[in-house]
Every structure is written in structure tokens, then in C-alpha cells.
Design a protein. Structure first.
Length: 489
């Protein structure tokens, strides 16, 4: 092999084995199989190589070699993502950060923690608990998902309504550029000079660099927290009740909604005491001091009654509160009881459009002859429709995929967004031209080019090629019916 010749699989593997334990340079397809997809298993491919470094210096060397030979690099955390953002490039390297799992330092005075990207989301709160602190964003997969993946997708969770997404809860990151240089973005102060590159990097889906260190904010554990569970006869009433809660000046720690399919599946799985006959369920958590929690709980119960709740139950212990949330956080896997396969969508809408969008999704469900289980962050309008299907039936996945695209277009039509926390990846790339103009997409490409001039960081994800956008717009122009645009306050 000459200096300029691109190495083949085994030649590249040998280059990596000079500085990485050979056991963690994976070239055989059988051992690579677990890396063929992320949590969205409908989109799969096999990589050329998988490498698992354990030091920053090793990551830098990997990036320098790949940059030299223009080899694509796909950074990967725990693989729990749901947009095919970590799907391998067949001509590239999967850079797994699974061995970067140290909590480096917890500072209880500054209320911060420095962690490596392979640390599990929940592990941060578990380690900070002795100081009366915890990490706010709590995706449903928090027991397994990593903080590096959370940064890549700007993850949220059931408590993001009050405490924000990942972007609101990190202070600084250390990252490796495409050519192997170490770069620090942000600071541990309350502000950083210059442009806010930290916000730009958060949610960039591995398109701009590889994160190797993260400083997160920690929050004081609330003195008291309670959950009110309310059942409703229809999803429209529950949707209207969400707006009723917010309009009363209450900002719940979490405000989640589930429909009848999700309720039945979660109850059979967890036995949380959900009302099995309800068509919709709301879980509203309030936290704070004993006095304010009691005041807000009484008001939440009153609002739920005003909007027609058929059953109301308030947690009376920490164990009961945890059980009610366990049902909600187990809803995704529990829905597997209802169907051989399901397709988890992710879009965001203004809260005022909740009832309308749920009604439209029901209409589309009947049109496509596919059931939908709804589980979502109602308080901030982040929808997670789970489209139930059977991949063994020819054409059913394609119909499911089309239905999912229509849901995302509906979100945009009412003033929302095609993602809330799962990212774009490959899954939603065809809907990017629905939300963004050619000029805006050109700007996205310009930003990526600054960080990744040769285009080898997670290529083909997140940002569509303008040629594809033009083709998509031409097809959409001919297709009928078009999504209805709804004016909202």
C-alpha cells in the first residue's frame, strides 16, 4: 500500500491494531452484526470496520487516519437512537464510544458533572444522588442511552417541559474534529464569548465532530414530587386538558399522554394501575416544596375534572409515583405486545394543535388501515406515534413508512417540526424539504463544510442533497392531497 492508496478492510484494521487492542478492532461480519443499525431496525447496513477506542488519543489517531484516506466515520453510543442516525456506512468505520464510560468528576458546589460520552444517562443521576442532585433530561431509554448520544440528538424526556432538553443542561464539550484535533466548545461559566457553538453542536447528529467529554448541569432533587393520573373518554378531551393546565400558570415537571392502545399495553406489562377502559390517559407531575406541590396538585385535579376526566388518582408515595412513571417509560417496549412490529415516529407541534392533530392522525390511520398507539410528551407537543404493522406482510412496511411521512408533514403544516428529540438521521431526511427551503438547506451544508470539508462525518444523514430536495418537491407538487395548513394562535 502506498501513502496515497486507500487501504482495504484488513489493511485499515492493521493500521488501527498498532495502537488499539486487536480485540476491539472488529472486521468479521458476524461480530459486526450488532452494529448494523440503531434502535430503528428497519434501516440496516454493515460497516467496513468497527473500532472501540478507550482514550482520547486513540480517537484522534483514528480520525487522522480516516481523514487522510477520506474514509467515512460514524460515531456510535449505545445504539438506542430511533432515526437510523448511527446506521453504518458500508465503506466506513463505526467509531464506538462504549468504552468511554467514566464519570470523571462531580462538583456539588458548582452543581456540575464531567463525564465521558459512553456514560449512561441514568448513571449520572445515580452518582449525583449522594449530593442531593440529579441530571434533568430523562429519555425513556435513560437506563441504557448514553450522554454522548443525548448530545448528538438533543434528547429530552418526560421532564423536559420544565427542565429542558439536553441543550439546556450542558455547559461544555470536548470534541475531536474530522482531522483529529481536540477542540473545546462552551465553558463552565454562565456564558461564553463568541457565537454559541455549543448549541450548534448539540443535536448535530455526529455531522460535525466526535464528542469525548461533556460537562453537564445538575439540579437539586426537589423536596416533593407527586403525579396526578387522569383517564378520559376520548383523546380530544385529554388534549384540551393539556392546554388547560398550562393556561392556569402551572409548569408541570412532566405532562405525558397515552391513548388506549398504549394504556392497555403498558398496564399489561407493568401493572401500574392504569384505567384499562380509558381512551386517553394524562400523567401530570408537579414538584417543589411541600406547600406548592399540594397547591398545584389540587389545581391540576380541578382542571382535569373541568375537562371531563372520568378517573383521577394522585400518587401517595414515592414508590407509587415511580410505578406510574415506569408504565409510561415502558410503553415503547410494551407496545410490542400488540403487534409484531411498530414504527416509532417523532414530531413536534404547538400545544394548541394537539386535538386537531390527534383527530387527523386517527383519520389517516383509517385511510392506511394501520393502527397507531400514541405515547408522547403532551406538555411540549412532542408526539411519538407508534404505527403498528407486520413486516412479514409484503408492502406493509412501505405503507407504514408513507404514513409516518404524512404525520411529519402534518406536524409542519400546523406550525411544528419533523423531530422533537430523535433527530433526522436517515428516517426523516425526505421530510427536510417540507420544513426547510433550498436556501436554508444550503446554509446547513455550509455549516457542515466548515467542520467537515471532505464530508466523511456520518455522511448521508441529517441534511439532504439539494438535488434530492428538488426531486422531492417535484413529486410533492404532483401528489394529492397536500397537507392542510392550519392557522394557530
Amino acid at each position: 500500500m502506498t501513502n496515497m492508496q486507500t487501504p482495504d478492510r484488513e489493511e485499515l484494521a492493521e493500521l488501527f491494531r498498532h495502537f488499539i487492542d486487536p480485540e476491539y478492532v472488529i472486521s468479521d461480519q458476524e461480530t459486526q452484526k450488532p452494529y448494523e443499525c440503531d434502535g430503528l431496525s428497519m434501516y440496516c447496513d454493515m460497516p467496513m470496520l468497527v473500532v472501540l477506542p478507550e482514550t482520547v488519543e486513540q480517537v484522534q489517531k483514528i480520525m487522522k487516519i480516516c481523514y487522510q484516506f477520506k474514509i467515512p466515520v460514524v460515531a456510535r453510543g449505545a445504539g438506542t437512537g430511533l432515526c437510523a442516525g448511527a446506521m453504518p456506512d458500508p465503506n466506513g468505520v463505526v467509531l464506538s464510544l462504549a468504552k468511554f464510560k467514566k464519570i470523571i468528576h462531580i462538583d456539588p458546589i458548582a452543581k456540575t458533572a464531567r463525564v465521558q460520552p459512553g456514560v449512561r444517562n441514568l448513571a449520572i443521576s445515580e452518582s449525583a444522588a449522594e449530593h442531593g442532585l440529579y441530571y434533568g433530561p430523562d429519555p425513556s431509554s435513560q437506563i441504557a442511552c448514553t450522554i454522548g448520544g443525548n448530545v448528538a440528538e438533543n434528547s429530552g424526556g418526560v421532564h423536559c417541559l420544565k427542565y429542558g432538553l439536553t441543550v439546556h443542561n450542558i455547559l461544555k464539550i470536548e470534541m475531536i474534529t474530522v482531522d483529529g484535533e481536540l477542540m473545546i466548545i462552551g465553558s463552565e461559566g454562565l456564558d461564553s464569548c463568541g457565537m454559541d457553538l455549543l448549541a450548534l453542536f448539540t443535536g448535530s447528529e455526529g455531522l460535525l465532530g466526535v464528542v469525548t467529554n461533556i460537562t453537564v448541569k445538575l439540579l437539586p432533587t426537589p423536596e416533593k414530587a407527586k403525579v396526578v393520573m387522569a383517564g378520559f373518554d376520548n383523546v380530544q378531551q385529554a388534549g384540551d386538558a393539556v392546554g388547560g393546565i398550562i393556561s392556569r400558570g402551572i409548569i408541570p415537571a412532566g405532562l405525558e399522554m397515552m391513548d388506549s392502545y398504549a394504556i392497555q399495553a403498558a398496564e399489561a406489562f407493568v401493572h401500574a394501575g392504569y384505567p384499562a377502559d380509558a381512551k386517553a390517559l394524562l400523567l401530570c407531575e408537579v414538584d417543589g416544596t411541600e406547600e406548592e406541590v399540594q397547591e398545584h396538585i389540587e389545581l391540576v385535579e380541578l382542571v382535569f375534572r373541568e375537562f371531563g376526566a372520568t378517573s383521577i388518582r394522585t400518587s401517595q408515595s414515592e414508590a407509587e409515583r415511580a410505578l406510574l412513571w415506569k408504565g409510561r417509560k415502558s410503553a415503547f417496549p410494551a407496545v410490542g405486545r400488540l403487534s409484531p412490529d411498530y414504527y416509532c415516529m417523532d414530531g413536534t407541534i404547538p400545544r394548541g394543535q394537539l386535538s386537531y392533530v390527534l383527530t387527523e392522525m386517527q383519520r389517516m390511520s383509517e385511510h392506511y388501515d394501520l393502527r397507531v398507539a400514541n405515547v408522547f410528551h403532551a406538555g411540549d407537543g412532542n408526539l411519538h406515534p407508534l404505527i403498528l404493522f407486520d413486516a412479514n406482510i409484503p408492502g406493509e412496511f412501505e405503507r407504514t413508512e408513507e404514513f409516518g411521512g404524512k404525520i411529519l408533514e402534518l406536524c409542519v403544516a400546523v406550525g411544528g417540526c419533523i423531530t422533537g428529540e430523535h433527530g433526522v438521521g436517515i428516517e426523516k431526511i425526505r421530510q427536510m424539504p417540507v420544513q426547510f427551503s433550498n436556501k436554508e438547506i444550503e446554509l446547513f451544508h455550509s455549516v457542515k463544510h466548515v467542520f467537515d470539508p471532505i464530508g466523511t462525518l456520518n455522511p448521508g444523514k441529517g441534511i439532504p442533497l439539494l438535488k434530492n430536495c428538488q426531486e422531492y418537491r417535484a413529486i410533492k407538487k404532483e401528489a394529492e392531497p397536500q397537507p392542510k395548513r392550519v392557522e394557530y394562535a
